[in-house]
Design a binder for this molecule. Structure first.
Ligand code: FDA
Length: 389
C-alpha cells in the first residue's frame, strides 16, 4: 500500500502531527489504544499545557532548537483547540492547565481531528523493519501474525522515549534515527523520584512540605515528598532532570521564610520553650523528629547561642543530600536526551540529511519541565512537522 506519510507512534506528538498532514496518512502503533500516556497523565486529568510555556522551560543539547516550533504553535493555539471542542479545563497551579473531567477528552479531541484530516490509525501493529530506497520508505509491519508492507514518501518518528516500558515505551525511534544517519545524545530518566540507600526516609514516608531544591546550579520551589524509597514530589522531579549521578542536592526547608529571625525572637519572648517543640511549629513534627537524629536539637530556646541557632538554620536551609540514584525509566515521566537536534530542521523537524524523514515529541533531545511543558513540546513539534508535510 502506498501512503504519503506514515507516522510511527500514536502518542501525543504523532496524533497531533496526523491532524495536520495533507495527503494519505497512516498512523501505526503497537499499543491497543492511542495516547495511553495522555490517558494516565496528570492523575487522569492531563496537564495538557502550561500558560507560561517558553523555551526556558526545556532542556536540550541545543536550547535554541525548540524556539521555532514553540513560537509557531503555542500553548494558546492548543488552548483554542481544547476550547473549540468544548472541553472544560482549569488552571491548577503555576499556569498548569488540566481537564476538568478526564484526559480521555484530549484523546477524543485528537482522534476527531485526525478523522477530520483523513488520517488512518492502525493499532496493535508492530514495526518489523524500515528501509529507504533513495526515494521512498518501505515499512514492514506485523499485526496478529500477519506481515504487510507499506510504502511512504514521508516517515515520522513519534514513538517517544524509554520511560515506562510497561506502557509500551521502546527505543524504536532511536534505532531508526541511527539507521538513517541521525545521531543520538545520551539518554537518561528525567522527572523521576530519587532513591536513597537503606530506606533513609522510611520513618517519615508520606510527609510533604514546600522546599527550594537545587542541583547543578538550578533550583525549583515546589513541594517535596518523603517516600519509602527516597524523595519525590514536584520539587524533586524537577531537579532530577538537572541532577547527575553522584551529585548532591541541596534542600532549603524554609523557601520563603527566615527561620533564624523567628527562632531568635521566640527565644527572647518564650526562652523556656523546648527547641524541638518550637521547630515543630515551623516544620512537620515527624520531620523534626527525624532530623533530631542528625542535628543537635536538645534543650530550650534560651539554651541556644546565636551561633548555635545560626548553624541550625544553615543546616535546615541548605540540607545537603546525596541520592544513591533515581527510580529510572520504570517511573520516570520523561526521557532526557534522544535524537540529536543537530541533524534536524528546527522549523520542520525534518532530517537535514534524509529528506522525508521527520522526528517529533519526546524522541527528540528536547525535554520539558514538569507542568504541561512536555505535552506542549509534543503538540508544537508534531504540528510543525505536520504543517510542512
Ligand atoms: P508518547 O510516549 O506519548 O507516544 C509514543 C507512542 O509510540 C505510544 O503510543 C507507544 O505505544 C508507541 N510506540 C512506542 N514504541 C513503539 C514501537 N516499537 N512500535 C509501535 N509503536 C510504538 N507531560 C505533560 O506535559 N503533562 C502531564 O500531565 C504529564 N504526565 C505524565 C504522567 C506520566 C505517568 C508519564 C509517564 C508522562 C507524563 N507526561 C506528562 C509526559 C508526556 O506523557 C510525554 O512527554 C508525551 O506523551 C510524549 O509524547 P510522544 O508522542 O512523543 O510520546
Amino acid at each position: 500500500m502506498k501512503w504519503d506519510t506514515i507516522i510511527l507512534g500514536a502518542g501525543a506528538a504523532g496524533m497531533m502531527c496526523a491532524t495536520q498532514t495533507g495527503g494519505r496518512t497512516l498512523v501505526l502503533d503497537h499499543a491497543k489504544a492511542p495516547g495511553e500516556k495522555i490517558r494516565i497523565s496528570g492523575g487522569g486529568r492531563c496537564n495538557f499545557t502550561n500558560m507560561y510555556a517558553g523555551p526556558e522551560n526545556f532542556l536540550s543539547g541545543n536550547p535554541h532548537f525548540c524556539k521555532s516550533a514553540l513560537s509557531r504553535y503555542t500553548q494558546w493555539d492548543f488552548v483554542d483547540l481544547v476550547a473549540a471542542h468544548g472541553i472544560p479545563y482549569h488552571e491548577k497551579t503555576l499556569g498548569q492547565l488540566f481537564c476538568d473531567n478526564s484526559a480521555k477528552d484530549i484523546i477524543a479531541m485528537l482522534r476527531a481531528e485526525m478523522t477530520k484530516a483523513g488520517a488512518q490509525l492502525r493499532l496493535e501493529t508492530s514495526v518489523v523493519s524500515v528501509r529507504h530506497d533513495g526515494t521512498a520508505f518501505t515499512v514492514e509491519t506485523e499485526k496478529a501474525g500477519q506481515r504487510q508492507t507499506q510504502n511512504c514518501t514521508n516517515l515520522v518518528l513519534a514513538t517517544g522515549g524509554k520511560s515506562i516500558p510497561k506502557m509500551g515505551a521502546t527505543g524504536l525511534a532511536y534505532d531508526l534515527a541511527l539507521q538513517f544517519g541521525l545521531s543520538l545524545t545520551e539518554t537518561r530518566a528525567g522527572l523521576v523520584p530519587f532513591t536513597f540507600s537503606e530506606q533513609r526516609f522510611k520513618d517519615i514516608s508520606g510527609v510533604a512540605l514546600p522546599v527550594r531544591a537545587a542541583a547543578n546550579g538550578v533550583s525549583f520551589e515546589e513541594a517535596m515528598l518523603f517516600t519509602h524509597r527516597g524523595l519525590s514530589g514536584p520539587a524533586m522531579l524537577q531537579i532530577s532532570s538537572y541532577w547527575q549521578e553522584g551529585q548532591e542536592i541541596i534542600v532549603n526547608l524554609f523557601p520563603d521564610s527566615d527561620p533564624l529571625s523567628v527562632l531568635r525572637s521566640r527565644r527572647q519572648e518564650q526562652g523556656r520553650r523546648n527547641l524541638t517543640t518550637e521547630l515543630a511549629t515551623l516544620l512537620p513534627a515527624r520531620l523534626v523528629d527525624h532530623l533530631s537524629g542528625s542535628l543537635d536539637l536538645r534543650g530550650n530556646l534560651a539554651d541556644q547561642s546565636d551561633s548555635a541557632l545560626n548553624s541550625l538554620c544553615e543546616a535546615l536551609q541548605s540540607w545537603r543530600l546525596r541520592p544513591s540514584g533515581t527510580e529510572g525509566y520504570r517511573t520516570a515521566e520523561v526521557t532526557l536526551g534522544g535524537i540529536n537536534t543537530d541533524g534536524l530542521s528546527s522549523k520542520t523537524m525534518e532530517s537535514k540529511s534524509l529528506p522525508g524523514l521527520f522526528a517529533i515529541g519526546e524522541a527528540v533531545d528536547v525535554t520539558g519541565w514538569l507542568g504541561g511543558f512536555n505535552f506542549q513540546w509534543a503538540w508544537s513539534s508534531g504540528w510543525a512537522a505536520g504543517q510542512s508535510i
